[in-house]
Unconditional design. Structure first.
Length: 177
């Protein structure tokens, strides 16, 4: 199946999505990678505020390159998602709706996706310059000192994704195409 919806509609679609479905996603997405996840969890442990509300959020595991003049963002392809697996179950339990990256996830993440009615999307690796054409806005909102790994608020416009792991137990990495 093919779908077109916004990030604020993910929960409405989550139980309909099946591994292998194609989605054109629009709306607000936050970038967050290894270093940012570590800082977010340090802040949570201290009871401090974190850069964005995890409840209802969508995270893109990406570290965009510097923005060329006249564009919203530089090349912005996905990074390997498994590096965020130690953090993902808790974030999903806190209300994270969607994760976007590349590659398989651990059994604990798959269980948390199912438990929370969330979804894991894969973006095409190696096509960051093309992906950037579907991003209309980029703003650094936290940890600017991390450079490309800073937390950014992006606006997607029909960003092409594949449902890799759905909330009903479908897992493209187990079933194949």
């Amino acid at each position: 199946m093919e779908y077109k919806f916004s990030t604020n509609e993910i929960k409405n679609y989550a139980d309909k999505l099946k591994a292998g479905d194609r989605v054109l996603l629009s709306g607000t997405v936050y970038t967050s990678r290894d270093a940012a996840h570590k800082r977010i969890f340090e802040a949570l442990e201290k009871g401090e505020d974190i850069p964005y509300n995890i409840n209802g959020a969508s995270i893109y595991y990406a570290g965009p390159t510097p923005t060329p003049k006249g564009l919203a963002i530089g090349s912005c392809g996905p990074t390997t998602s498994s590096r965020m697996d130690p953090y993902a179950p808790k974030m999903l339990d806190m209300g994270l709706y969607a994760m976007i990256g590349k590659g398989p996830r651990s059994a604990q993440v798959v269980e948390a996706i199912q438990r929370n009615g969330a979804v894991y999307f894969c973006a095409v690796g190696g096509a960051g310059a093309l992906a950037a054409k579907c991003i209309t806005y980029c703003e650094v909102i936290a940890y600017e000192d991390l450079g490309c790994e800073s937390v950014k608020r992006l606006t997607f416009k029909e960003f092409p994704l594949i449902v890799a792991i759905d909330c009903n137990g479908g897992n493209l990495f187990n079933s194949g195409r």
